[in-house]
Design a protein around this ligand. Structure first.
Ligand SMILES: [Zn+2]
Length: 127
């Protein structure tokens, strides 16, 4: 398991950061809510972490938690999908239905959460 300090010294991460800079991105004062590395703003205005790709800057602790939940959901989805593939490759059909149901649930939760954050943003901009 790599910790935050290792990531900063990881040649791959350093290479990605250098690439972002060479593409005209600027380093921000803010750090990635997931790994704590400095974030970059691309010419297009996207905020990017060298490890996690596009991230969303969070203004509050509550938002930071929301991001964490999103990451966790993604993690679970990844785990279940991998598990499902394994099962299918081995021709084990016993748990496939359960796994599919979990994926379906996660997708629904994510869709709901996306809708909600859209509404949040609209509410804030019109206020
Ligand atoms: Zn990150």
């Amino acid at each position: 398991m790599a910790n935050k300090r290792d990531l900063r010294d990881d040649p791959e991460v350093v290479k990605k950061m250098a690439l972002l800079l060479s593409q005209g991105a600027s380093m921000l004062e803010q750090t990635c809510p997931v790994c704590g590395l400095p974030l970059f703003k691309t010419k297009k205005g996207e905020v990017i972490c060298a490890v996690h790709g596009r991230v969303y800057l969070v203004a509050s602790e509550e938002e930071a938690k929301e991001v964490e939940i999103d990451e966790a959901l993604k993690g679970v989805e990844y785990y279940v999908s991998t598990k499902l593939r394994e099962k299918m490759l081995k021709d084990e059909t016993d748990e496939v239905e359960d796994l599919l149901r979990i994926i379906d649930l996660i997708e629904r939760i994510r869709a709901l959460r996306e809708d909600r954050s859209k509404i949040d943003k609209q509410g804030r901009s019109s206020a």
